[in-house]
Design a protein around this ligand. Structure first.
Ligand code: ADP
Ligand code: MG
Length: 478
């Protein structure tokens, strides 16, 4: 018998294991799942894009050799990347509309098929026993409230989410709409609500669906002439969670049908949870009647977490994953990665990966080195005051004098260098810069920048000074 994908992959793992250190093996190969083996192509599933890139960058030759060894020269490796929320683990979305309908039918033979949502048809959903329909909630069990660190950035949304989970459909927060930028925890929170409901009310039917998936199912339903079943199915749900509803924009038909589902659920006291990347009023291409429905409940936003919350998120993640890092490294990451939580986690993973790869303990030095890429994107801006302070320290002049009228040579130079850096490193206008130097006007700033540039190009000693100051500025931002 020919070996299957599991067998082949486990053979590969034996070889790989012998060729890399245990920590790297655990970090990079343990999480991989073999999916299938067809025509000598082995498909493996990896948890993220980052993961895939990492494997390609660092283990490609090892992988290639190993695959060749077990599958021959024709052997190839393909990756399947889990794009969202670890849900799509290769198997098809498992909502089974016909089964659900049949169940309804056998329990109550008087119900007409196909199920119709118009009022004249008896409502099939009050039948006892209907709740036994086995619907996979499509939830990721790791997204819990416990793991969702609270901070000022998310307090309202989190509290509302918890209230909704405790009393689905019975609070004023219906629908609950959670909105915020990318990577700030919308999916996590929405799924935490679902998981919490399932914990507290095992009989309630919870369903998490991304809006894209909803749209695709709807398109399929049109194709297969099963729109009524599609709608009926959604009307069975007790807690419906639709992620990223901004993708409904411009999809009028989908919106129409979602509108029906929404109304039905809302009227029957079922809970609706929505997420979006912007406030409802900024949702473009959305029908007015749908928008006004969204406003019935509560809209709560997720903001970028502050420093303390970032620290708490990192520590929580480390604790969960059994990682230990020195305090100054954690602080360094939290201090520098200020865009969103996903990047915060990404920085942590990449640091860990680097350390396992280099067989080196993570220390501040390594963290600085490794996170350069992350931080470059973030590029924090230094203040004009901070520039003045550093320049004056370096040149040994009194900072206050930069604002004074004095034309002493070394003061003038310190002033010009400070202006130069202010222009280079901040987004401040010439006028604003001038104001920070005792109300000098913009032409003075232009002249200063020009002078410094000229000196840099002709005076080695001067250039070295400028470089040294620049280094100090960079350090102060690190
Ligand atoms: P979004 O859906 O808003 O783009 P996600 O919910 O996918 O963001 O969150 C990105 C990552 O950050 C996830 O791994 C999530 O677990 C994590 N995360 C976000 N907010 C928090 C938080 N408050 N506490 C802990 N982890 C969080
Ligand atoms: Mg999301």
């Amino acid at each position: 018998m020919k070996p299957d994908h599991n067998q082949i992959w486990s053979n590969c793992l034996e070889v790989i294991k012998d060729n890399i250190n245990p920590q790297s093996f655990k970090t990079w190969f343990k999480p991989i799942k073999p999916l299938k083996l067809e025509n000598n192509v082995l498909t493996i599933q990896v948890p993220s894009q980052f993961f895939y890139e990492w494997l390609e960058e660092h283990y490609v030759s090892l992988l290639r050799k190993t695959i060749k060894h077990f599958l021959g020269n024709e052997g190839r490796l393909e990756y399947s990347i889990i794009v969202e929320n670890n849900l799509d683990d290769g198997k098809k979305y498992s909502i089974n509309i016909p089964t659900a309908s049949k169940e309804v039918n056998t329990k109550n033979p008087s119900v007409q098929m196909p199920l119709n949502i118009s009022k004249s048809v008896p409502n099939p959903f009050v039948i006892p026993g209907i709740k036994k329909i086995n619907i996979d909630s499509q939830l990721n069990p790791n997204y819990t409230f416990e793991n969702f660190i609270e901070g000022d950035c998310n307090r309202l949304a989190r509290a509302a989410g918890y209230a909704v989970a405790t009393k689905p459909g019975q609070t004023a927060f219906n629908p609950l709409l959670v909105y915020g930028g990318v990577g700030l925890g919308k999916t996590h929170l929405a799924q935490a609500i679902g998981n919490e409901v399932k914990g507290q009310y095992p009989n309630k039917i919870v369903l998490y669906v991304s809006s894209e998936k909803f749209i695709n199912q709807f398109i399929d339903a049109i194709k297969n002439n099963t729109v009524n079943d599609f709608i009926s199915f959604y009307q069975l749900i007790d807690v419906l969670i639709v992620d990223d509803i901004q993708f409904f924009a411009g999809k009028e038909k989908t919106q129409d049908h979602f509108f029906h589902v929404f109304n039905h659920l809302h009227q029957s006291g079922k809970q609706i949870v929505l997420t979006s990347d912007c406030m409802p009023k900024d949702l473009k291409g959305m029908e007015e009647r749908l928008l006004s429905r969204f406003k019935w409940g509560l809209s709560a936003d997720l903001q970028i977490p502050d420093y303390q919350t970032r620290i708490a998120i990192l520590k929580n993640k480390m604790y969960k994953d059994g990682i230990e890092l020195p305090e100054d490294v954690i602080e360094y990451i939290a201090h520098n990665i200020t865009t969103n939580v996903r990047e915060l986690e990404g920085a942590l993973i990449s640091l860990l990966a680097q350390s396992s790869l280099n067989k080196r303990e993570v220390d501040l030095e390594l963290a600085k080195q490794m996170l350069k890429n992350f931080i470059k994107n973030v590029s924090r801006e230094i203040s004009i005051e901070a520039i003045q302070k550093l320049v004056c320290e370096h040149l040994n002049v009194e900072q206050e004098l930069l604002k004074a009228k004095t034309r002493k040579r070394e003061i003038v130079q310190a002033r010009q260098i400070s202006m130069y850096f202010a222009k280079e490193l901040t987004k401040s206008s010439l006028k604003t810069i001038g104001l920070h130097f005792g109300g000098r006007d913009h032409s003075t700033v232009i002249h200063a920048v020009q002078t410094v540039n000229d000196l840099i190009s002709i005076d080695k000693e001067f250039r070295r000074n400028i470089d040294d100051i620049k280094k100090k500025i960079d350090m102060s931002l690190a």
